[in-house]
Design a protein around this ligand. Structure first.
Ligand SMILES: NC(=O)C1=CN([C@@H]2O[C@H](COP(=O)(O)OP(=O)(O)OC[C@H]3O[C@@H](n4cnc5c(N)ncnc54)[C@H](O)[C@@H]3O)[C@@H](O)[C@H]2O)C=CC1
Ligand SMILES: CC(C)CCC[C@@H](C)[C@H]1CC[C@H]2[C@@H]3[C@H](O)CC4=CC(=O)CC[C@]4(C)[C@H]3CC[C@]12C
Length: 342
């Protein structure tokens, strides 16, 4: 997106623990693309990668609500890693930092309070126990508190945080896993979440575009954008997590069985707790990390949607991809996966 949409870009550095083959396929044009294999928890590696950069977009993170990583590792990557990025900007004189935060910084909270079409100013008790949302909230706080710190050379650091809701699109591993689960069940998925529970979703291309735009405008309007948070949004419809997925998986041959959950919530929670127990018992032997666990079940059953135009008001954001385009691109990606089931 930066290569396509940022005309002033001279060099693009991609710093990642896992560098993928996609880097080889980039149409770089006159831009120098530098791939750096590194670990955001290693401060010296981050500092070396950031040195000389004008803007840093920090999107690295351990996205785990399935118990794959320990809470310590999640904290080390998401919180300490973010602190390392901030210190690298200060030490090397990089003045602009955009952080990919998350809706999870806000909620759903541990009390299951709904957040119905809220915005960046909507009062909400952001209380978390799970390591992932806690880590995102701490990291976002570090980024926002760093706004205004003097970087090497004496200029102020200008930071902001973007909060995507549930991202979908090409490369969405959860969508892929659910698709293969449905294929294994004869093309059927069984409803587990009431259709009335809305869950915010946003297309990955629009999330990327918001990052490119705010990285540009942060330099022009530091006083307005510095220290601010922005939900990532587009025209993706408000639906339950499952009904939204079916907008994409339906045209790919799956169908969702049941107008209401086939099992009562208490039985689903019992199965989720059983999964958590099995994960704990099997951990010395193998990683058992199903989609259904107490946290994901509670999340999926708690309405969380946003309705805001703060990004449009502050830096002229308009989604680059319509809902129809976002949906069709994702459907094409799922269909292209056929035959490559794990
Ligand atoms: N997937 C979603 O629905 C949402 C994701 N986000 C945030 O978006 C960002 C990107 O997440 P996704 O694209 O979903 O996940 P992802 O797993 O596809 O991307 C995370 C990237 O961070 C890299 N990474 C992980 N640990 C690292 C380390 N120690 N050092 C360097 N790189 C490391 C991974 O290799 C990967 O390329 C994350 O910060 C996540 O918290 C926010 C809201 C929703
Ligand atoms: C009852 C079912 C088994 C539940 C299946 C759906 C869940 C796996 C997903 C429901 C809500 C998702 C989360 C939500 O989109 C917010 C997120 C924000 C992030 O920053 C990372 C991803 C996630 C936690 C996302 C993960 C999958 C769900 C829990």
């Amino acid at each position: 997106m930066l290569l396509q949409r940022e005309p002033r870009l001279r060099e693009l550095r991609v710093f990642d623990l896992h560098l993928g083959p996609w880097l080889e396929e980039l149409q770089t044009g006159p831009v120098q693309v530098t791939a750096i294999q590194g670990d955001v928890t290693q401060a010296h590696e981050v500092t070396a990668a950031v040195a000389g950069a004008h803007v840093v977009i920090h999107t690295a993170g351990l996205v785990d609500v399935f118990g794959r990583a320990s809470s310590e590792t999640i904290h080390e990557v998401n919180v300490q890693g973010t602190q390392n990025v901030i210190e690298a900007c200060v030490q090397t004189g990089t003045q602009f930092l955009v952080y990919t935060s998350s809706m999870e910084v806000v909620g759903p909270n541990i009390k299951g309070h709904p957040f119905y079409r809220g915005n960046e100013d909507t009062p909400y008790e952001a209380a978390h126990r799970h390591p992932y949302p806690r880590s995102k909230a701490l990291a976002e706080q570090l980024v926002l508190e760093a706004n205004g710190r003097k970087v090497h050379g004496g200029l102020p650091l200008v930071t902001c945080a973007l909060r995507p809701t549930g991202i979908y699109g090409e490369g969405h591993q959860i969508m892929r896993d659910i698709y293969y689960q449905g294929q294994r069940l004869g093309g059927r998925l069984f409803r587990a979440i009431p259709a009335s529970v809305e869950h915010g979703r946003v297309y990955v291309g629009n999330v990327a575009w918001m990052h490119v735009l705010v990285a540009r405008e942060l330099q022009q309007q530091a006083a307005l954008l510095g220290g601010q948070v922005y939900f990532c949004y587009d025209s993706s419809p408000y639906k339950s997590y499952e009904d939204f997925n079916m907008e994409i998986l339906g045209p790919c041959g799956l169908r969702l069985v049941g107008a209401r959950p086939l099992l009562p919530y208490w039985l689903l929670m019992f199965l989720a707790l059983l999964n958590a127990l099995l994960q704990w018992l099997l951990r010395p032997l193998l990683l058992y990390a199903p989609l259904l666990n107490p946290y994901t079940l509670a999340m999926a059953n708690t309405t969380f949607t946003v309705s805001t135009n703060k990004a449009q008001r502050h830096f002229g954001y308009e989604p680059l991809f319509s809902w129809e385009d976002s949906r069709n691109r994702t459907i094409r990606w799922v269909r292209a996966m056929d035959g490559s089931a794990p």
